[in-house]
Design a protein around this ligand. Structure first.
Ligand code: NI
Ligand code: MN
Length: 225
């Protein structure tokens, strides 16, 4: 499984020959100017919630690629009205896709479209594949629900927000990694705008003091698990 950081909370995942784009917010991200949306491959687009910093480029990418959009019922319905096909899910539900098994998890956050209309509840995803399993937390606070995840699967990587203010910060993310029983963490949702700037070295050393590995990728950089 290859995971590429596209900036902010945007990821590209390649597994079992399929391409997944998560929460695409690229065209308005000054730090991601070198990422060209038209070059992104997508069989699936996963959206955790409807805030603009997670869905901005979803319509454009879906129409470029004919990708299937996976999100909660409300967000999928919104995109179906725009002519984009989707697969609706809700918290606690799993579905076996051709790339692996996807489970929608709860997240403590909010979720509405730009015009204020209802977008269901915010979520995260667990992706279990024959090439490894990952947790994509989405925008969330530290929550006791995370303790349920290791009862269901063994993670190889936890992708956690670390920017604070709108989501967990570093100290909470360290506890979250204990809750999900995974010591390999890819940080996201940091540095994009003023409220969520972090000190990279301090963040990494806080994790390493707990024998955990915090990975902070450059935008466009990838890791494999
Ligand atoms: Ni959000
Ligand atoms: Mn966000």
């Amino acid at each position: 499984m290859k995971i590429t950081f596209l900036g902010h909370a945007s990821l590209a995942i390649e597994v079992n020959g399929k391409h997944l784009i998560i929460d695409p917010y690229i065209s308005a991200n000054e730090k991601a100017k070198h990422i060209k949306i038209k070059h992104l491959k997508a069989d699936y687009i996963l959206l955790t919630h409807a805030h603009l910093d997670h869905i901005l480029d979803a319509e454009h990418i879906a129409k470029n690629t004919n990708a299937l959009l996976i999100s909660n019922y409300e967000i999928v319905s919104h995109y179906e009205h725009l002519g984009i096909k989707g697969h609706p899910m809700n918290h606690g539900g799993s579905w076996q896709f051709d790339f692996g098994k996807l489970t929608m998890t709860s997240a403590i956050h909010s979720s509405s479209f730009k015009d204020g209309s209802y977008a269901g509840n915010p979520a995260g995803f667990i992706l279990e594949t024959n090439k490894g399993s990952i947790y994509i937390a989405g925008d969330t606070a530290l929550t006791m629900d995370m303790k349920l995840i290791p009862l269901q699967c063994k993670l190889d990587l936890a992708i956690l927000p670390i920017g604070d203010n709108f989501t967990m910060g570093i100290d909470s993310a360290i506890i979250a990694s204990d809750f999900v029983n995974c010591n390999k963490i890819l940080g996201y949702h940091y540095d994009t705008f003023g409220y969520i700037k972090i000190n990279h070295e301090e963040a990494k050393s806080k994790f390493s003091k707990k024998d955990k590995d915090l990975i902070l990728l450059k935008i466009g950089e990838s890791i494999s698990i």
